[in-house]
Every structure is written in C-alpha cells, then in structure tokens.
Design a protein around this ligand. Structure first.
Ligand code: BGC
Length: 385
C-alpha cells in the first residue's frame, strides 16, 4: 500500500512537472509567434533557383527577402489603427525585378552611389569601372550586388528573426580589385526594428561602400510621398555638379531647401528655384550626418501623418543619400498592379560619401587585406497618433 502510494506520488509529481513544461511553452508561444518561411520565388534563365524568406516578428510585422539582389520585396507594418500595409515598392514576381528595376529594395555594392568618370586610383594603380550613369559609375556597375544571387539562409537571433546573405565577389568583377567576401544580415526584431549588418573582407586592397536601396511609401498606397514629413540629422549636405558628383564642399543646410534639421514636408521645397534642386530634379543628395558618437547615430526619420507610420534610421555610416524618387515616372507597375508614379517612393541610403575614392578629404572607403569592413543600419518602425 505504502509502495503504491509512493508510485502514485511520483506519477503525480511527474505529471505536474510535464504539465508545467508544456504550459510554459504554450505561454511562450502565445506571446511570441515569430516565423521564418522559405519558398521558391522564381528561376533564372540559367536554371538558378531564387528563394524567398518571409520573416515575421512577435507583433506580426513581416518582411520578405529574396536571394536575387538581396532584395527586400515587402515590409508590412501596421498603421495607427493596427491595419497592416506593405510600405515598400517592388514587384510580385522575379520577372519584374529582372525586366526593369530602379534598385527597388536591393543591396547595393561594391560601391553605392557614384564614382566620377568610373575611375579611381588605389596604391598607384588606376581602375576603370563601367560608366552606367552618363559618364559616371553608379551602384556597383552593370551587374552590381543588386543583380547577383546571394546565398540566403535563416539565422538564429535572440530577439526576433533573421536571415544572412553571402556573396563572394571575384577579383576584378565589375572592375574592382580583390576577392571580396560579403555577408549581410537582415534582422527583424521583436521591437519592430530592421537591422542590417554588413561585413566584408578582401584578399587585396580594394574599395567598399555598401547600402540598401529600399523605396518607402509609408502610406502603403498608390500616392506620391510629398506629404511625408522628413527629418535629416545633418547640419551639412554635399552639393553636387550637374552629373550628381559632389563638388567636395560640405555646405550648411541653413536657409536652403536642404534644411531638414526638424520635420518638414518633403514636398515643401522640392520644386524650389535652386541650382542644387535643379541638378537633382528634386532631392538626390548626400547629407553629412551629425555624428554625435561612435556607433549608431540617428540619421533621419520620415513620418506619414495619414497612417501615423514613422520610420527612423540609425547608422554607423557618415552619410545618407535622400533620393525622392525623381526618376519614377509612372512607367512601372509594381506589386498588386500599383502604378509607381513620379515621386511615389523615397530612399534613405546610408553610406560613405559619393565619389569618396576621388576625394581625399572625404572619409576613407579603402578596405585592406586582413581588415574587416563593418557597417550597421537600423530602421525603427513606430506609429504616432
Ligand atoms: C541615386 C539616384 C538614382 C537612383 C536609381 C539613387 O541612389 O541617387 O540618382 O537615380 O538611385 O534608382
């Protein structure tokens, strides 16, 4: 009898322990429903499969990334009423991205932005790159990192969901020296942040300037972005010549259309009678971020009063290119049949300054063998009433 009681007692304890375990797991799951889903997105002409991963955080925010170009094809966040919308421009299928892509959502490299005349000199040797933007080199050339297939994998992180993208760019690809080993991680945290970590090494001295070319439209609708309010944390911007190459000057924004030191409607000064606005056909310039400290600094924030959505951008980079979608002209029909009209999306591209390899006074973009290139940008999504 005593023995039976002991068995019963042990069984009850075992049951309680097991029940406790399952319960705590259930509680966890009901709070945190993060998910990573993999699917085939399309197949390239040479038979290469392009995969997509959809990352969903604990609050239902989601983003989709494809292995072609490291492209972020969607980011879905709630408006102030809790309705989710896709707030980035792009296509529903691979064909769209292959046919005509003004860098929607893409990873950009090896050198984001322009290099004058497509030439630079490194350790006494002159390198010639493709001139794919008039006489200048733009966003890594004819087949930059936006057009290559990355190795896309799920990654384990503490507070959210993540994927890594890896690409080995062979020496002299697009004219750049050194085999460049690139790794980028996209993390969607449970604090509603998208963190982009860039990492690169080379076996020879080379140049690197990586960025992300997502076009945002925080309304999630087919509208222009002129009513968005923008703040750029910069007292100075980089004036350009008529081909959008910085002159080398860092000019005060004070009293110019380039003053976004406090929130201002993007549309307010976009058509101002100003030489720089004329060159950019609107805003297409780099600002020198006020770097208050080492590490991540606030670079910019954009707010859409209609939906209440705001995105704030923090970065370790010294510059941010604000491009107001001036070349979008209504000839692109994107996701869900949306027509992307003039200025229907804007980009906030964190980076080193354009044409740095030819401007000794700009922060250096040289990566030497054995050194590590590291850069981080964080986008924080919130809603405001
Ligand atoms: C550049 C624009 C260019 C656009 C292409 C931006 O990063 O600054 O001049 O037209 O990319 O989509």
């Amino acid at each position: 009898m005593k023995q039976l009681n002991m068995h019963l007692f042990t069984l009850i304890i075992l049951f309680l322990v097991l029940a406790g375990c399952t319960n705590s797991k259930k509680t966890n799951e009901s709070h945190v429903k993060t998910a990573v889903q993999k699917e085939l997105f399309g197949i390239l002409d040479d038979g290469t499969k392009v995969f997509a991963y959809t990352l969903t955080n604990a609050n239902g925010f989601s983003m989709k990334v494809i292995s072609y170009g490291g492209i972020i094809t969607s980011i879905k966040t709630p408006d102030r009423k809790g309705n989710f919308d896709d707030i980035v421009l792009g296509y529903d299928d691979l064909e769209g991205y292959l046919e005509k892509n003004p860098y929607f959502g893409a990873l950009i490299g090896r050198f984001g932005n322009r290099i004058a005349g497509g030439q630079f000199t490194l350790e006494g040797k002159t390198y010639t790159l493709a001139t794919n933007d008039g006489n200048n080199h733009l966003h890594g050339g004819e087949r930059g990192f936006d057009k290559v297939v990355w190795e896309l994998k799920e990654a384990a992180v503490e507070n959210g969901v993540a994927v890594t993208l890896e690409y080995l760019s062979p020496a002299m690809e697009e004219g750049y020296p050194g085999n460049l080993d690139v790794k980028v991680q996209y993390t969607l945290t449970n604090d509603n942040e998208l963190i982009v970590d860039y990492h690169a090494t080379s076996d020879q001295t080379t140049i690197v300037n990586l960025t992300q070319h997502t076009y945002f439209n925080l309304t999630g609708r087919e509208s222009d972005i002129l009513d968005h309010e923008l703040m750029i944390n910069a007292q100075k911007f980089l004036p350009v010549d008529s081909t959008l190459i910085p002159t080398g000057e860092l000019r005060s924004v004070q009293g110019t259309p380039f003053d976004f030191t406090s929130f201002k409607r993007i549309g307010k000064d976009i058509n101002a009678d100003n030489q720089q606005i004329a060159y950019g056909l609107g805003f297409d310039h780099c600002w020198a971020i006020d770097q208050e400290k080492k590490g991540l600094n606030l670079a910019a924030a954009a707010f859409d009063a209609k939906s209440g959505r705001q995105v704030s951008v923090y970065t370790t980079e010294p510059g941010i290119q604000f491009y107001s979608g001036n070349f979008l002209d209504g000839t692109i029909t994107g996701k869900g049949g949306k027509n992307y009209g003039h200025r229907s999306g804007f980009c906030l591209e964190t980076q080193h300054f354009p044409n740095s390899p030819n401007q000794p006074d700009f922060p250096e973009v040289v990566l030497r063998a054995g050194d590590v290139y590291k850069s981080t940008t964080k986008y924080v999504f919130i809603t405001k009433s």
